[in-house]
Design a protein around this ligand. Structure first.
Ligand code: SF4
Length: 338
């Protein structure tokens, strides 16, 4: 069976005056119809650059995909012509960006902008495109969609703008929907509504979703698989059950430990990962997480651990992640390196 999307050892680098930034360095994953992949990591971990690479939106120069491949339904996205990419983008693979205000054009009515995406790919008349926009606004839960389609973006609340962005992204029933931190700018109740809406749309259409987030909590209820990234590299990959209930990388443990718990007072439970993500110009040698890892050993600064996994398997890029290696909650913090 042909896979819907396969990312194989993707490497996207930026060539800057200060040096080469390996923003994505060896990322692989697969995605099938109806699946949701959560891509998790702190800012600068390469999540968004992975998404932009799939959409062929990396500005060249300074950026370039220097290795690996992206296969959509059997065809290499990297080898597509400009025309093929235009037809792919927004039509078969669509993206919802983090900040709807920067993605919606303030001088055009919301309905026109949603309709434009339909006209571009489906050769619809202006009236047909407007009717489709009204239908889509209704689908994403905007009340009085016919009237609201005539509003400008500034007349929409933050949550409504994000719904309008989702309407635009699903206008042509894409096979893959990439959502880059779609709920970060929204308050918690609206966040939950937007996630429910995406789940509902997925159930109806079978669209596969790549959900990019810095917050593991956001994807806990919706991801089938999880890819954890750090400093441009994949550090853990597996089914959501494996990553949430049997995480094998100390960075994933840190992300899980920093989630607030509703059953414990905030001051007793928040346990953030110490330190900051590294500068991408000077990524630490060996395991890039070693300056922040409470379990770092001498081997960690000398050798780079590589994530190895087969499709069905759960993999971790930690030297001590094997079956006889570290276990969350049992490993003793003991830094051999300073
Ligand atoms: Fe920590 Fe070493 Fe594992 Fe890296 S390889 S996560 S530094 S124990």
């Amino acid at each position: 069976m042909t896979r819907l999307l396969e990312v194989i050892d993707l490497q996207t680098h930026f060539f800057t005056r200060d040096g080469v930034v390996k923003a994505v360095d060896g990322v692989s994953f697969t995605l099938d119809k109806g699946e949701t992949l959560g891509v998790v990591g702190e800012s600068g971990s390469g999540k968004s650059v992975t998404a932009m690479s799939i959409m062929r939106l990396i500005p060249d120069p300074p950026g370039k995909v220097v290795g690996g491949d992206i296969i959509f339904k059997g065809d290499s996205v990297l080898e597509m012509t400009a025309q093929q990419v235009r037809s792919l983008r927004g039509n078969r693979i669509a993206m919802i960006f983090q900040d709807p205000m920067t993605s919606l054009n303030p001088v055009y009515r919301v309905g026109e902008q949603i309709g434009e995406s339909v006209r571009l790919h489906k050769n619809a008349s202006k009236q047909e495109a407007f009717e489709r926009a009204v239908e889509l606004l209704d689908l994403v839960g905007i009340p009085h969609p016919r009237e609201r389609a005539r509003d400008y973006p500034h007349q929409f609340s933050g949550g409504m703008r994000q719904r309008a962005m989702i309407a635009m992204a699903i206008a042509n029933q894409p096979k893959v929907l990439i959502a880059d931190e779609p709920t970060t700018a929204l308050d918690v109740t609206i966040q939950a509504q937007i996630l429910d809406l995406m789940n509902e749309l997925q159930d109806r259409t079978g669209t596969a979703i790549i959900m990019i987030t810095h917050d593991l909590g956001v994807i806990a209820d919706m991801a089938d698989k999880v890819l954890v990234m750090y400093a441009g590299r994949p550090v853990e990959y597996g089914s959501a059950a494996d990553v949430f209930y049997n995480p094998k990388h100390p960075y994933t443990w840190g992300l899980l430990d920093s989630l607030p718990r509703h059953d414990v007072a905030m001051k007793d439970t928040l346990n953030p990962i110490q330190g900051q993500p590294p500068s991408m110009i000077r990524v630490p040698e060996g395991c890039s997480f070693h300056p922040r890892c409470p379990y770092a050993r001498v081997k960690c600064i000398k050798e780079e651990p590589v994530l190895r996994h087969t499709e069905a398997e759960h993999g971790s890029a930690c030297h001590f992640a094997g079956d006889d290696g570290f276990v969350r909650g049992e490993a003793t913090a003991c830094r051999e390196v300073s």
